[in-house]
Each structure stands twice: as structure tokens, then as C-alpha cells.
Ligand binder design. Sequence first.
Ligand code: ADP
Ligand code: MG
Length: 319
Amino acid sequence: MIELEGLTKRYGEKVAVNNLTFTVRPGIVTGFLGPNGAGKSTTMRMILSLDYPTAGDVRIDGTHYHRLKNPLTYIGALLEATGVHPGRSAYNHLLWLAQSNGIPPRRVDEVLDEVGLRAVARKKAKGFSLGMGQRLGIAAALLGDPRILMFDEPVNGLDPEGIHWIRTLMKSLAAQGRTVFVSSHLMSEMALTADHLVVIGQGRLLADTSMADFIERNSRSYVRVRSPQRERLLDVLNGAGMTVAESGDGALEVDGSTAEAIGELAARHQLTLHELSPQQASLEEAFMQLTAESVEYHAHPGTGAPVPPQQWGASWTKG
Ligand code: ADP
Ligand code: MG
């Protein structure tokens, strides 16, 4: 369990983390979501006592990080810039970490196997790809077999296979009863991994909710229907009291009903359907609405034009 209470960090005038209070619980994956610059990495550094809070407090299983004996056996973390000496091999890097944390050396081989780096374990880290570097960082996090794991944007820059591997790993760690806290600036990534969601913007807490609740509250579900007898279908749907909107491409969007009900209704009126598909409005839209006021977005370099909201996801920049 990780408990934050009024956690705050100022850098000069800038309030990077603003009075955050929430608890990260065991047995589930908790997603830590926010646009770039929201304060995710700063928060995670404070959890690990790598940065000192200006105000507030953070505890790991009731204790401050710097009071933990052999901290890697309580909490393992993959941070953004996890430095590995370039001339050191993966094996030696992990062995050094193990020895300085009272961890038995056999764990080195175990975690190298777990992350799939055994074959390159003796090669120098400077020859590692981004994906291999991430795997080595995760091996280090797992080394002490900790009950709490924290990952800062672990899928950044990874290929689809690596992304899938990390998602599966996080879920299995949570299923073992561990506390898993993972950050991302992508709603779509969180939706696939997290059971619980903590959203921040400009250092402030915007939401602390189960993923299921977030999805239910924020996604509009409707059914898309296309028919060559569009006008008759529209009459029939309206006649049945359904709320129908027209989409730009000639399809109809029916709210508050099901594909089954619409299909049966159409059949009773002998109407041909070319499409009958349940839809969910994107969670990305909900996330953007939630963080809209807190996003510090800038003009595209060179164009001077403001970034339209639909491109924010691709162009959030540090403020
Ligand atoms: P995130 O990880 O969510 O992208 P960060 O925690 O890296 O956000 O940054 C939060 C804010 O704090 C940003 O505005 C960033 O520029 C600022 N910041 C982070 N670290 C420092 C630092 N060492 N000195 C000054 N400002 C910092
Ligand atoms: Mg960050």
C-alpha cells in the first residue's frame, strides 16, 4: 500500500505536485494518468524519497521510504531515467543491486529469466535497445520480490510485443496480491491495464475511481445503424420512442437501446439493415475533457497555430 497525504512539490514558482491525497491498494493495477507535465514522475520520485516534498507526506506500508531496511525488498520501481552504467553487463548491474540490498544472488538469474534477458545477460548495457533497457529496469524492480511495484511510463517507446508483455506482467503481479502503480499519459493504455484510475492535471487530483466507474460515467454507448431504407427506419425508431441522431456519413446513432432490440424492430417492419453495431465513445475524449483546463499546450513549432483539441493527445508538451 502507498499512502499520499497532501503531497506537494514546488520548484520555485512552479507547483509540480499540488496537495495530492490518495491511496494505492494491493491486488489491483492502479493507473496514474495525466498529460505530460502533470506531475506523475515527480510524485513517483517523492514516493521513493528521491525528491523531498515541500509539504505533505507519503508512506509505504505505513513507513517512510528512507526508513525501510533493504528498500528494494519492499518496493521496486522502473523510473523514467533509470541509469545503468553503460560498460556494465545486465548481470553485473543486477548483482550489484542485489548485494547492496541484502538480496540473494540467485534472484539475479530468476529475474533475468522472468524478463527474457538471460541470453544477453553478460553483454554490456550500452548495446541494449530501448526495449531491452526497459526489461533490465523491470528486472531490477522485481529483484527484491517486493510487495509493491511502481512503473513510470513503462510502455513508452516499446514495440507492440514489448507493450503486450508489460501489460501481462503488471496484471499477473497484481493477481499475486501485489500493489502495482503505473503511470501513463495515454487513456487508451490505462483502459487496457488498470483496474483503478488516479487522474492528475497540473499536479492536482482530478479523479480517483475504479476503471469500471470511469468508463460507465464517461462513455456514451450507442448503436450505429445503416439501412438503404433510411427514412422508414428513422420513422420506426422514432415511433418506438428511441433517441436517434444522424451521423455525418448517413448512418443513424441510437442512444439508450441495444443492437438486439433495434434488429428485432427492423425485422418486424421488414427493413433491410447494412450495419447494426454497438459503439462506445472514446475514453480518450473523456480524459481530455477532464484534463482540458489543466493541459499546458503549445503551438506547433513553426506554424504558430494553436493545437486543436483532437490533436492534444499527440502534442502535449511539458509546460
Ligand atoms: P509528468 O511526469 O507527469 O510528465 P513531471 O513530474 O515530470 O510530469 O513534471 C511536472 C512539472 O514539474 C513540469 O512542469 C516539470 O517541468 C516540472 N519539473 C519537474 N522536475 C523539475 C525540476 N527538477 N526542476 C524544475 N521543474 C521541474
Ligand atoms: Mg513523467
